[in-house]
Each structure stands twice: as C-alpha cells, then as structure tokens.
Design a binder for this molecule. Sequence first.
Ligand SMILES: [Mg+2]
Length: 95
Amino acid sequence: MKWNVDTLLKGYFHKATVEWGQPAQMLVAVEEMAELTKEIVKNLNRGKENEEEIIEELSDVIIMCLQLTEIYGGQKVEDMINKKLERFKARIDNI
Ligand SMILES: [Mg+2]
C-alpha cells in the first residue's frame, strides 16, 4: 500500500482546510467515521454482505484522517504512529 501522502498533505488537504475551515473538516471526519461504523455494524449484527460499502467508507475515513493529519501536523502524527507501531510490534513479538 503506497499513497502519495506528502503531495496531498502539502497541497490539496491544506487548501481544503483553508477553503472550508477546520471545524467543517473535523465534522466531515466524524460523519465518515459514523458511516463506517454503520456499515461494520450492519455486517456484524445483521450478517449483511457489504464488503464494497465497508471498503468505500473505510476509504473515506482514511482520507479524512489524512485531512486531520494536515490540521494537527504531519510530523506530530507520524511520530505518534511510529511510537504506537513500535509498541504494537513489541506486543506481537511477545505472543
Ligand atoms: Mg462516506
């Protein structure tokens, strides 16, 4: 999996935040997370075969997480991700 995140963070996501504002982008992120939650619940609770919908909403959430990364600072988020991945790896190595 490889995304051209650097280009997006430096360009389009920044422009979206300037154009539409931080609170609006935060609300869209929450909305997309709710849509993903709904599709996962449909799958698990009602046995609905909705892989395509889950992938669509997951993609929306990832995009909005990248948007939030632009808002909160790419380096800070990257540092935290690396820290958490190290912790995760250590936990898996101990299994
Ligand atoms: Mg959506």
